[in-house]
Structure formats: C-alpha cells, structure tokens
Design a protein around this ligand. Structure first.
Ligand code: NDP
Length: 495
C-alpha cells in the first residue's frame, strides 16, 4: 500500500483536499493506493489551470500540437508494459486483455488524433452570395469537463482527452474514483511529451463532489460524460443550468441476432467472446442473443461448451481469460439480477454462481448463460454489466429486428447470417450506433462510437468526434466595399 498524490493539476501531481480515498485491486481486495480525493476547491484549481493553458494550447498551430501528440504516442509505446500492468491491477483486467487490447488501442487512438489534429474540416470558403465571401472557422470551445467510468479506465480517458485536445481545447478529466491510476499516468506522459502544463488535468474524486463541480462550473464550456444512463440524465439536467454543450455516452444492451443460415460455430464463438470480454463490463457487450428457432438448441449447447473452457484466475497470469468484476458491490448487483431471473423461471444453463476457487477476496463471478426468459423481463431489458448472456428464440426476420430494437438502449448490435440481404437489412433497421455483421466488439480509431436512444448522443473516436469539441463559426465578409448594400433596400431606400 502506498500513499499517493492522486490529483494532476497544472502539470504536477498533488494531494487532494477532499475525503480520504483508498483504491483497491478488484482481484484481491488489496489496497493499492490511497490519498485524498478531489474537493470542490481542487476542481476550481483544475479548471483555473485549464483556463490559463487554453490560449497557449489553442494558439499553437495544428502542426505543433500534432508533433507533441506524436511524441506522446511514442512515449506510450515505450511505457506500454507499465501501463498494462497498472491497468490490469487497478481495474482487475487479465494482463492479456490489458496488454493486447486496452493499451494498444489507446496508443493507436493517440497516434490517430495526432494526425487528425491537422485535419479539421469545413465547407469550402466561397461566394455563396455574390456580394460576400463566406468562410468557416472550426474553433475549440475552451475548457472541457469530462467524466469517465471504471470499465476501460485508460481507453475511456483517451477517448475523452484526445479529440478534445487535438481540436485545441484544454480539459479536466474526472475518472471513476475506483480506477484513476492509468488516467493519471496518461496525463503525466502527455506532459513529458510536451503538452503544456494545465492542458490536461485529472481530478480523482467522487461523482457527486468533483464530477458535479465540473458540470456546474460556469467556466467549463462542455461536459463529456461516459457512464450510466441514470447519471447521464442528472449530468444533462445540471448542465442545462449553465447552458453547456453535453456529450453523453451511456449504457447499452446489445442484441446479437443469429439467423438460421449463420455460421453457427462463428456465431457461438462470437457470442462467448462478445459477452465475456472485460467480464461483460462493456457497454457494447453482447447481452441478448436472439437465435432463429432451427439453430436455437445447437447454439445454446455450443455456447455452454465454450463457456466451460473460459479460465478464471489471477489477473497477472497470462493464462487467465476472465478476471473479477470491478467490486464486491457490483457483483452483488449482478447476482441480484441473475437471482431475480431465476425466481421468474429462467433456466441458468451455465454459471450464475461465485466460483469457489477464486473467491479469496476477489469479486469473481462465473460466465453465465440463461434461457427461458421473457422479452420484457429485467434481465433482457436492463444492463447487467456482468458476464451474463441471455438467449431467446425467434421465428421470422421481422420479429428478430423488432426484438433487437425493443429496449431503451441503442449503442451496438450484431447480426449473423450468410445472406447479404438479411445482413444489409439488419445494418439498416437496427437502431444502434454500431451494427456489426458476423462479428461483435471490434472498434477502430477511424470510425465513430456513440449511441442512439437512451445510449446517449455524440461520437467518440474518429474525426466525427470533432463535431462535439468544436464550434463552427461562419465569417461572412462583404466584398463590394459599397456603403449602400443591395439588400438594404428591403429595409430602407434612402440615397
Ligand atoms: P456511473 O454512471 O455510475 O459513473 C460514471 C462516472 O460519473 C463516474 O466517474 C462517476 O463518479 C460519475 N458521477 C456519478 N455521479 C455523478 C454526478 N452526480 N455528477 C457528475 N458525475 C457523476 O457509471 P459507472 O462508472 O458505473 O460505469 C458503468 C456505466 O458506464 C455503464 O452503464 C456503461 O454502460 C457505461 N459505459 C458506457 C460507455 C459508452 O461508450 N457508451 C463506455 C463505458 C461505460 P463515481 O465513480 O465517483 O460515482
């Protein structure tokens, strides 16, 4: 256990001045860092540092910002093992996942936004009126307040910070207080690469104090939030008080639609990987598999067989496939949902229990496969955010699309078929920010990520994210030099 300065404000690590905070390893329950959380005063200091840095950073050329961000990407590459080890321990991720997914994804995002920083786009300047030249300026907003969750701490920090700073903004990020360690490292490495002090600040603290302070702050131009739909609603309501721009990346309940002409082995493997990645604590995880009746029994038994092969264990063991849930409290929530489904007649085909051999202080839960539930049941409609896949049958294509769209959420979905017309229809008609065809989960820096419906609005990653983090300004210049403009005649005709 070590006492640490858990705030990063104005380019340096500092202690907070809020309540004491202990950060634990989900796999063992051991305290791995402790210190003081961010108070409202710390939030004020961070916003002040970001305001001071804004003219410096936004005043640089895109090329200058890009060079610094390329150096940042390089330093991240050099420290990849350290980042993976810290992420694995703090978030309870198997080291293989942190090493092969979280860290390379973050490095690629950083390299992508280093390039994208030079590629802000707008309409061509021109004479859209015969008497004027119009041009577009795409300007940074100022200080961004960002709030991120605990499931992919490093990637979520990257998704929030990178488009904001690539567009010339400065930022104060409040990560989940459960998992701040890689967000702090990410910001420190940026400073080492040459990002000026105050451009990126990290407040380790709790949502209702440090998070709320950012959302309410009059000098924060925009709030970018990733987390649950419940808290997202509160954030949007609070932000309305100061008329802030809001970007919400919220929960998900991704459908996984398997038509009767699908490659069954590919679909079964996809369902296991897509539902168990990060112990199912993934907003795009496959949660509801709808399988056309002729394939239903075979699909369920193959998924069950494959789930039996998933190894739970210590997160630092490269052989471990699945680690613990983020906390004991979160595991209790997952158990509660599975037990309520059981009470309502669900068949728990696999799992549904705490595994005995991994229960030593860690918050482990078995891969769980459920059938026999109704479409309107809690386990089908609400986010579990755990290693739980429910499978339901369907008969017709129309029914499959309707069932896929029948939750409040709309973040991601997949459709499995060898018929191009079916897959095209699924891509068109499923209401979600991403529809995968014959796969589920992959993301890439060049393409946007964001929701429909209660999954929020606005895009992370890709150059589409610049629409969130910039203002588009129209500059319209008279090119006639005349005192009497032709349009004045609609108001007055005096000589
Ligand atoms: P929460 O909504 O509970 O928390 C998210 C963040 O909001 C945390 O940093 C939290 O701080 C903060 N917060 C809580 N209350 C307030 C408040 N009143 N004002 C400002 N900030 C506040 O989500 P979880 O951390 O539990 O993360 C899981 C959720 O995130 C899931 O619903 C998941 O689907 C969603 N998610 C969505 C993604 C997407 O891209 N759409 C990606 C990843 C996750 P604290 O931790 O201190 O409470």
């Amino acid at each position: 256990m070590s006492t640490q300065e858990l705030q990063f404000i104005g380019g340096v690590r500092r202690p907070g001045s809020g309540e004491p905070l202990s950060i634990t390893a989900p796999a063992t329950g051991e305290v791995i860092a402790s210190g003081a959380s961010a108070s409202i005063a710390d939030a004020e200091a961070a916003v002040a540092a970001a305001r001071t840095a804004f003219p410096i950073w936004s005043g640089m050329t895109p090329g200058e910002r890009s060079d610094i961000m390329h150096r940042w990407a390089q330093l991240l590459r050099e420290r990849a093992d350290e980042l993976a080890a810290v992420e694995s321990r703090n978030a309870g991720k198997p080291i293989r996942l942190a090493t092969d997914f979280d860290v390379p994804g973050t490095i690629d995002n950083t390299a992508f936004f280093a390039g994208a920083a030079r590629n802000l786009e707008g309409k061509a300047s021109g004479e859209y009126s015969a008497d004027h030249t119009s041009s577009i300026r795409r300007e940074p907003l100022g200080v961004i307040g960002s709030i991120s969750p605990w499931n992919y701490p490093l990637q979520m920090a990257a998704w929030k910070i990178l488009p904001a700073v690539a567009a010339g903004n400065t930022i104060v990020l409040k990560p989940s207080e459960l998992t701040p360690l890689t967000s702090l490292l990410f910001a420190e490495i940026a400073t080492e690469a040459g990002v000026p002090a105050g451009v990126i600040n990290v407040l380790t603290g709790v949502g209702p104090v440090a998070g709320q302070a950012l959302v309410e702050h009059r000098e924060v131009a925009m709030v970018s939030f990733t987390g649950s739909t419940v808290v997202g609603r509160q954030v949007a309501a609070t932000a309305a008080g100061s008329v802030k721009r809001v970007h919400l990346e919220l929960g998900g309940k991704a459908p996984f639609v398997v038509f009767d002409d699908a490659d069954l082995e590919a679909a079964a493997r996809g369902a296991v990987a897509g539902s168990l990645i990060n112990v199912g604590q993934d907003c795009t995880a496959a949660t509801r598999a709808y399988v056309q009746r002729p394939l239903f029994d075979e699909f369920v038994s193959r998924v069950a067989e494959l789930m039996d092969q998933v190894t739970l264990g210590p997160v630092d063991d490269p052989e471990t496939d699945m680690g613990p849930l983020i906390s004991l409290a979160h595991r209790d929530k997952v158990i509660g949902m599975v037990e309520r489904a059981r009470d309502y007649g669900a068949k728990i085909v696999r799992g549904g229990r705490i595994p005995e051999h991994t229960a030593r202080g860690g918050s482990y839960f078995e891969p769980t496969l459920i059938t026999g539930v109704a479409q309107d049941s809690e386990i089908v409609q609400n986010e579990v955010f755990g290693p739980v896949l429910v499978v339901l049958p369907f008969d017709t294509d129309d029914e499959a699309i309707a069932l896929a769209n029948d939750t409040a959420y709309g973040l991601a979905a997949s459709a499995w078929s060898t018929n191009v017309y079916r897959t095209q229809r699924a891509g068109r008609e499923i209401q979600a920010g991403c529809v995968w065809i014959n796969d589920h989960i992959p993301i890439i820096s060049e393409m946007p990520h964001g929701g429909y419906k209660a999954s929020g609005f606005g895009k992370d990653m890709s150059t589409y994210s610049f629409d969130e983090y910039t203002n588009v300004k129209h500059v319209m210049s008279d090119i006639t030099g005349a005192a009497h403009k032709s349009w004045h005649d609609v108001i007055f005709t005096a000589e």
